[in-house]
Design a protein around this ligand. Structure first.
Ligand code: F6P
Length: 322
C-alpha cells in the first residue's frame, strides 16, 4: 500500500446515533497519526461531487453526544454504477486522498469493496441501527435505537394498562428483527414478530393474547418488526379476532435520532481508532467488527460474504419469558 499522507471519512446509508462519535475518532486519531484528514459531505453522492473539506481536531468538538451525522448522508444511484465508482476514484486522486474510511451499513461496504477493486485503500466502520451487518456482533447505533424504543414502549405500556388495551408497536430494522427481538425481551412483550421466524397469526398472536387475558392480564404489548408486517393492519386484525381493544404505534424515525448511549459512543470511538491503526500498519480493505466482545478487523470481502440470522430456537427460548 502506498504511503499515506491524506485520509478522508464519509457517512453513508441510514444515519445512526454514534456516527458523529466515529467521525470524531477517525479525525482525531488520524491527525494524531500525522495524517491530513478530510471530511466528505453526503456520502458517496458528495464524493462524486468533490464535497471534500479538510478537518481539524476542533471541527469535531462537541459532537460525540449528538445523534445524526455532521457530514450528512445520502444515497447515490450514480455510485452504484462502474462509471460512478471510477469517477469516485478519480475524485479521490484529484484531492490526493490516499485512504477512505466509510461509516455505514452493508450497502456502504459493497461500495467500499468496489472502490478497493479499483485500488483505493478503504476501511469500513459498521454503523446502522439495524445491527444486520453479519460480520459484527454489534453495529454503532443499535444500542441507542433499542434503548429509545424501550423507553417509548414503557410509556405506551402505561396507557395500555389504564385502558386495558393491546398495543402493537412497529419498530425499524429493514429486513432484520434484531431491534424487535432485543426490544421485545427488554420491555417484556407478550409477542415478538420478526421476519426471520414465520409466525401463525392465530396460534402465535391470538392464542397468546387470549391465554394472557384468561390468566388475568389486562394489557398486552406486541412488538412487530417492520419487515414482518404493519402495525395498523396487525392491530385491526387482533381487535377483530380477539375482541381486545388494540392500538398501533409506529416508532419510525424516533429510533434513528437521539444522543448516543455510552456503549455506542465507546464502540464508535474504539472502531475509529482501530480503523486508523489498520492504515498505519499498511492494512486496507478491512472492516471493523466486534468479535467476542472486542473490536477487531476483517477483510471487507470476507465480511460481505458472511451471514447471520435469528434462529427459531433463539426466539422460542425467550418466549418462556412472555
Ligand atoms: O437501515 C436503517 C433504517 O432505519 C431501516 O431500519 C429502515 O427500514 C430504513 O433505514 C429507512 O430508510 P430511509 O431512511 O431511507 O427511509
Amino acid at each position: 500500500m502506498k504511503e499515506i499522507k491524506k485520509i478522508a471519512v464519509l457517512t453513508s446509508g441510514g444515519d445512526a446515533p454514534g456516527m458523529n462519535a466515529a467521525i470524531r475518532s477517525v479525525v482525531r486519531a488520524g491527525i494524531d497519526a500525522g495524517y491530513e484528514v478530510y471530511g466528505i459531505n453526503r456520502g458517496y453522492h458528495g464524493l462524486l461531487k468533490g464535497e471534500i473539506n479538510k478537518m481539524s481536531t476542533r471541527d469535531v468538538s462537541e459532537i460525540i453526544q449528538r445523534g445524526g451525522t455532521m457530514l450528512m448522508t445520502a444515497r447515490s444511484r450514480e455510485f452504484a454504477t462502474p462509471e460512478g465508482v471510477a469517477k469516485a476514484k478519480e475524485m479521490l486522486d484529484i484531492f490526493g486522498i490516499d485512504a477512505l474510511v466509510v461509516i455505514g451499513g452493508d450497502g456502504t461496504f459493497r461500495g467500499a469493496k468496489d472502490l478497493a477493486e479499483q485500488g483505493v485503500a478503504v476501511i469500513g466502520i459498521p454503523a446502522t441501527i439495524d445491527n444486520d451487518v453479519a460480520s459484527t456482533e454489534a453495529t454503532i447505533g443499535f444500542d441507542t435505537a433499542t434503548n429509545t424504543a424501550i423507553e417509548a414502549i414503557d410509556k405506551i405500556r402505561e396507557t395500555a394498562s389504564s385502558h386495558e388495551r393491546c398495543s402493537v408497536i412497529e419498530v425499524m430494522g429493514r429486513n432484520a428483527g434484531y431491534i424487535a427481538l432485543t426490544v421485545g425481551i427488554g420491555c417484556g412483550a407478550e409477542c415478538v414478530l420478526i421476519p426471520e421466524v414465520p409466525f401463525d397469526f392465530e396460534e402465535d398472536v391470538c392464542q397468546v393474547l387470549i391465554k394472557g387475558r384468561n390468566i388475568g392480564k389486562h394489557h398486552f404489548i406486541v412488538v412487530l418488526a417492520e419487515g414482518a408486517g404493519n402495525a395498523v393492519e396487525m392491530s385491526k386484525k387482533i381487535e377483530e379476532k380477539t375482541g381486545i381493544e388494540t392500538r398501533p404505534t409506529v416508532l419510525g424515525y424516533l429510533q434513528r435520532g437521539g444522543a448516543p448511549t455510552a456503549n455506542d459512543r465507546n464502540l464508535a470511538s474504539l472502531m475509529g481508532i482501530k480503523a486508523v491503526e489498520c492504515l498505519q500498519n499498511g492494512k486496507a480493505g478491512r472492516l471493523m467488527v466486534v468479535k467476542d466482545g472486542a473490536v477487531k478487523d476483517i477483510e471487507i470481502k470476507k465480511g460481505l460474504s458472511m451471514t447471520k440470522t435469528i434462529s427459531p430456537e433463539m426466539l422460542s427460548e425467550v418466549k418462556k419469558l412472555f
